[in-house]
Design a protein around this ligand. Structure first.
Ligand code: AFP
Length: 338
């Protein structure tokens, strides 16, 4: 079969009436920016891009040089194209308006420019996550509240993994598709169409060092997985944890599995660890479109009404039956308490 480039795929989606020209161009611009981030990450120490930038982001976390570089690449690439009304980034406190000298469009772009950045210095996969919303009608200068739309309103979401290969996984709400960067040709090429995440799995991803801080239903669920063939699940489960969400989710999108960043005693005051608008919503959209499920442990992530631009939430996502069971344990415990 002849390879299908990202551009060809986007043109076909337009012809099928699934996306409009503006959204198609926006994806091309984001993909081009991610190619530049891929080049920057792949240079490693030779590019002088490793280590801390010496600043903190809005979340109070130390920024890596590549966090700052990737953020700038995405902002710059997206400023002039005419498809956007504004951008919001995990790295910036407030939304970034489109400079007056450029035309404005009616989309909003949200991104985590370099997820898993604490892994850069040890040469482990990192990634970019993005989400696209429609700018509400009549709003020419979007503020934070205009980005605070439930995940069900996303027009598109995607992530790019900078690993042994650079891959983009994308959804417009009509399935989830994967594109691999052909470095010689310089273009993303369709490598998997309509990805399906198996409903059953025997592999889970969670930071086990937080176990003692978890809530009782999470302790119960993981306890049963760890008990293996001798336990109530009568099955052995394997564990993986890269600590780059993009890489952990990509493993699930490739061979199934479940990923958890639950509420725990350490992150409870903040609402969770991962960010709703930059991480949870786009990943939930991608996973649901591949037949998986994504909840907070209690409710469907994409139905949450965001209350802040940098809001954090617990994240349970991946193979459907496991996510349903873990969510059931939490709801059951809440019911028993209430
Ligand atoms: P950084 O981007 O600060 O490295 O955080 C990565 C992340 O947000 C997400 O990609 C991982 O799944 C998670 O944090 C890892 O968390 P732990 O540090 O608890 O393992």
């Amino acid at each position: 079969m002849k390879p299908v480039s990202l551009i060809q795929f986007l043109i076909e989606e337009r012809r099928a009436g699934r996306i409009n020209a503006e959204l198609s161009l926006l994806i091309e611009v984001v993909a081009r920016a991610c190619k530049r981030i891929s080049v920057a990450t792949s240079k490693g120490a030779l590019g002088g891009v490793l280590g801390n930038a010496g600043s903190d982001n809005v979340q109070g976390e130390a920024q890596k040089k590549l966090d700052v570089i990737s953020n700038e690449i995405l902002l710059e690439a997206n400023a002039w194209g005419g498809q956007l009304a504004a951008c919001a980034s995990e790295e910036m406190e407030d939304p970034q308006p489109i400079p007056d000298m450029y035309p404005k469009g009616n989309h909003l772009l949200l991104f985590d420019p370099l997820d898993g950045s604490s892994n850069i210095d040890v040469n482990i996969s990192v990634g970019t996550i993005f989400s696209i919303l429609r700018c509400p009608d009549g709003i020419s200068e979007p503020a934070a509240e205009h980005f605070q739309q439930p995940g069900t309103r996303q027009l598109a979401a995607g992530y790019v993994v900078y690993g042994p290969a650079t891959l983009m996984v994308l959804t417009f709400g009509h399935g989830t598709h994967e594109f691999t960067l052909d470095r010689e040709v310089g273009s993303f090429t369709l490598s998997r169409r309509d990805i399906r995440i198996p409903e059953e799995t025997a592999e889970f991803a969670v930071n086990m060092s937080n176990q003692r801080h978890w809530e009782a239903p999470m302790q119960r669920y993981v306890g049963e997985l760890l008990a293996g063939t001798e336990g109530p699940r009568a099955k052995d489960f394997n564990m993986r944890w890269v600590a780059s969400m993009v890489a952990d989710v990509h493993r699930i999108v490739t061979r199934g599995g479940v990923f958890f960043y639950p509420l725990d005693a350490k992150n409870r005051a903040k609402g969770g660890k991962l960010r709703l608008l930059y991480e949870a919503n786009p990943m939930a959209f991608i996973v649901e479109q591949a037949g998986g499920a994504a909840t907070t442990g209690r409710q469907r992530i994409m139905e949450l009404q965001p209350s802040g631009l940098h809001q954090r939430v617990p994240v349970f996502l991946g193979s459907k039956h496991e996510i349903e069971l873990a969510t059931h344990y939490h709801r059951e415990a809440d019911g028993a308490q209430g």
